[in-house]
Write a protein that binds this ligand. Structure first.
Ligand SMILES: CC(C)(COP(=O)(O)OP(=O)(O)OC[C@H]1O[C@@H](n2cnc3c(N)ncnc32)[C@H](O)[C@@H]1OP(=O)(O)O)[C@@H](O)C(=O)NCCC(=O)NCCS
Length: 155
């Protein structure tokens, strides 16, 4: 299992993973603009590849997209293939982005559907704190819960 930056070649499996999880509806153009944006950090996790029949292709296990905007960063998207969840992949992807926070005042923001219990437990495990709610934020009327991770909270 290894992490590396996302490239345009990753788009087919990234789109397939997004479809599998049905948690977001970005099109190819949106992913492309993230990959090309200087302020975006797009990371994938892939398996080690290789099989007895000589196939060295590596499967995409997960991905995450961050915006690194000075002291205020944002996690836009994170996903782990269903069959690979609860194995620490999401944590590795998240930490890769949080490791880009270097200064004590740096923060990482995100929003998540109120009913996304899995993701909320995941973020809370990693030290994200809820700081606000946006009522009826999503097109289906669901609330968004806003979380922030503070790199080094002041006492
Ligand atoms: C959220 C998500 C990325 C987590 O990925 P993951 O690879 O399963 O995460 P990890 O294995 O690193 O989990 C770390 C911790 O998060 C919490 N967690 C993860 N999945 C959980 C679940 N189903 N229920 C409760 N807690 C959960 C646990 O504390 C877990 O630690 P543990 O396994 O030691 O108990 C994954 O569930 C996912 O892809 N969900 C669908 C897409 C999505 O909703 N993305 C977020 C919105 S943008």
């Amino acid at each position: 299992m290894q992490l590396r930056e996302m490239t345009e070649n990753d788009l087919p499996p990234v789109l397939e993973l997004q479809r599998e999880l049905a948690f977001q509806d970005w099109n190819e153009k949106q992913f492309l603009s993230e990959i090309r944006a200087s302020y975006a950090y797009c990371v994938v996790c892939e398996d080690d590849g290789g099989s007895p029949n000589g196939d060295t292709s590596r499967a995409l296990l997960g991905y995450a997209i961050f915006h690194l905007l000075g002291s205020d960063s944002e996690l836009l998207s994170i996903a782990t293939r269903t069959s690979e969840q609860r194995k620490g992949i999401g944590s590795q992807l998240l930490k890769a982005g949080l490791n880009k926070l270097t200064e004590s005042e740096d923060q990482c923001f995100l929003e998540v559907r109120k009913g996304n219990v899995k993701a909320r437990a995941f973020y809370e495990k990693h030290g994200f704190k809820q700081y606000n709610v946006r009522k009826n934020y999503y097109s289906d009327g669901e609330d968004a819960i806003l979380y922030v991770f503070k790199n080094a909270p002041t006492a």
